[in-house]
Write a protein that binds this ligand. Structure first.
Ligand SMILES: Cc1cc2nc3c(=O)[nH]c(=O)nc-3n(C[C@H](O)[C@H](O)[C@H](O)COP(=O)(O)OP(=O)(O)OC[C@H]3O[C@@H](n4cnc5c(N)ncnc54)[C@H](O)[C@@H]3O)c2cc1C
Ligand code: SF4
Length: 333
């Protein structure tokens, strides 16, 4: 009888009890170290032997990284190790920022949301299967993109924002955080840096081997959501292949400040269409001062997809994105 020995390659597991200790360990170990949150993305990489860190820094014992608290004048602060389930169920998130609760609730399954963290969800890597299977593409440090080749399977890939790599950002919570103008607090041993959520995610033209501004010795410690977009009109929609659970094909997150029936201000972001979640500033400008009437909905959808170019198998994403943006605007009409 065959014996299957499917052991993850060995690594040293370190379990710091403070943010400071974790940052020191990361700084000392550079490219050899790997941050472990809920492990749902991390263990996939380790099991498939595609990523082989020699030191894994488990954040699970750092209580300062967990929980949701009141912050600043009216906003909330969410520790990066807060589980997605806690985000979904938190009373203030549900009542004031339902956009985030809804986006987090669309992540995978209850079991994955119990274990997966908000920090891990925004820091997760792309799901491009060539890359995840260990093919030596640009993102893996090689010199080609397999998904961009004429005969490649690229149904789930990008229609905009491409630069050698055509993979998409897979996070459901990312566009909601951009629409809520969240601030991402990233720390290294030099101290904290704050990034607007839309600048936290980066495309391959900035660095093809990362999906966020974070380097190996960085930690996302918390996410601050300011009060401005609390209790605004929120809209979230995710289209996926299966209703039960799946990554998004395209998703939209939008927040509107209304004055009567007029849109005073808007923030709209789309994911699944580019290597980073795309904020639609031009569409936001277009809808401001309107009632979100049908003509505005159509113009917003058309503007959203301006410049989009399909690969061989993903042309459906262009009308899908156009329609999701139209529907977001229609939600306030
Ligand atoms: C079957 C399945 C289905 C899924 N479906 C969806 C889905 O529909 N929508 C969706 O959005 N996601 C989906 N996911 C992805 C899942 O939500 C993420 O894998 C998960 O949120 C990652 O969080 P984690 O806490 O497990 O992080 P880990 O897997 O531990 O970490 C993920 C990455 O982030 C880095 N990281 C984590 N925390 C920090 C931090 N604080 N600072 C710096 N770096 C950090 C890690 O080094 C690693 O590179 C799915 C995953 C699986 C396995
Ligand atoms: S799309 Fe990006 S991740 Fe996928 S094969 Fe091409 S370079 Fe690699």
């Amino acid at each position: 009888m065959a014996i299957v020995k499917d052991m993850i390659p060995a690594f040293d597991l370190v379990q710091p009890a403070s943010i400071g200790d974790a940052l020191e360990i990361l700084a000392d170990n550079g490219e050899e170290a790997w941050v472990l949150a809920g492990g749902l993305d991390s263990f996939d990489w380790f099991k498939d032997r595609v990523k082989r860190p020699s030191i894994v820094v488990d954040l699970g014992g750092i209580s300062d990284l967990s929980g949701i608290s009141d912050a600043g004048p009216g906003g909330i602060e969410i520790g990066s190790m807060t589980s997605l389930t806690e985000v979904v169920n938190h009373p203030r998130v549900q009542s004031e920022y339902p956009l985030l609760a809804e986006a987090a609730e669309h992540v995978a399954t209850p079991q994955i949301r119990n274990q997966g963290t908000l920090g891990g969800n925004v820091a997760q890597d792309t799901r491009c299967w060539y890359y995840r299977s260990g093919w030596p593409c640009y993102r893996a440090g090689g010199n080609t993109c397999y998904a961009g080749a004429p005969e490649a399977m690229n149904r789930e890939h990008a229609i905009m924002g491409r630069s050698r790599c055509v993979a998409v950002n897979p996070s459901d919570t990312a566009p909601a955080l951009i629409a809520l103008d969240a601030k991402m607090i990233v720390e290294d041993t030099g101290g904290p840096n704050t990034f607007d959520a839309e600048d936290f995610f980066i495309g391959p033209s900035i660095d093809i081997e990362r999906m966020t501004v974070m380097k190996r010795d960085n930690l996302l410690t918390r996410i601050y959501i300011p009060p401005f977009w609390a209790n605004a009109s929120h809209y979230y929609e995710k289209v996926r292949d299966r209703g039960s659970w799946d990554f998004s094909l395209v998703s939209v997150a939008a927040a509107f400040q209304m004055s009567g029936s007029t849109i005073e201000d808007a923030r709209i972001a789309v994911n699944g269409v580019a290597p980073y979640p795309v904020r639609l500033d031009a569409v936001e400008s277009l809808v401001r001062g309107t009632s979100g009437d049908e003509a505005t909905q159509d113009a917003a959808g058309d503007l959203a997809v301006e410049g989009a170019v399909a690969l061989k198998y993903n042309d459906y994403k262009i009308p899908m994105m156009r329609n999701l943006v139209r529907r977001a605007v229609r939600s306030v009409a």
